[in-house]
Ligand binder design. Sequence first.
Ligand SMILES: [Zn+2]
Length: 294
Amino acid sequence: VPELPEVETIARDLNRHARGRRIREVIIHAPKLVVPLTVNAFQGGVRGKTILGVKRRGKFLLVSLGVSARKPTHILLWHMRMTGHPLFRDERKETPEDRSAFADSRNRHIRLSFRFTDGTRLDYSDVRKFGTLHLVDPDHISTHRSLVAMGPDALDPSWTAEKLHEALRKRKKAIKVALLDQTVIAGIGKIYADEILRTARLHPLLPTRRLTLADVRRMFRAIRTVLPRAVRARGTSIDDYRDLRGRGGKYGNVRRIYQRTGMPCFRCGATIARIVVGGRGTHVCPQCQRHPRP
Ligand SMILES: [Zn+2]
């Protein structure tokens, strides 16, 4: 599942490879991705438009489309859900290594393809077809229902540990469940929630109401350490995620706890355990992250 570091990597790479290119046509193999629009309406909306720039909010990509560089006519609000990622292809310039990266089975479930006027293209691979692509009027983007309920982005510079503490005090949830709740904090999923809680030495089952300001400050620092480190590593590719060139990110090589069940904790040597929190597999060090007292 692409989380903040993966979506940030995609956004940066799209600005590098796809910005400025004009869409000749979009080929749609899975019409449900563009619902509520029909295939024809979606094609009509993007045809002839240039990619003006790409931003990220939480796990969403916001792709500005327009005919002139000044004002976008549409924002493509794109969520990759479980297994989706875009791939930029310029077949005239691809090396054998490039072609072997694109041949990875995770890159071969193409559901949709933007064809640019210069012969390059942006394919979208999504094994499970849960992704969504919505065309939104730029004047209505800030009130779009997917964004309006969203909490602060985990890397928003104006967000603070005090604000997080305030938001958590109102919830009655296990801290891991709160970290995954996009209305509390936007951008974190199962991989980085485990990494953040391990770094902050907090047990995933701790109720949010019981966290002190000192606990939350430690967790906030962990968020601001783990996520930028994962962005620098270009994300985690233990599951389906691949980058725009079809290659894996490197955070999996430096991860501390995610999917390390049965292996020793890097800090204390205790054996990493797997528990279930809110229905999800969760990795925890029984020494560094003490179980909360009942
Ligand atoms: Zn430990």
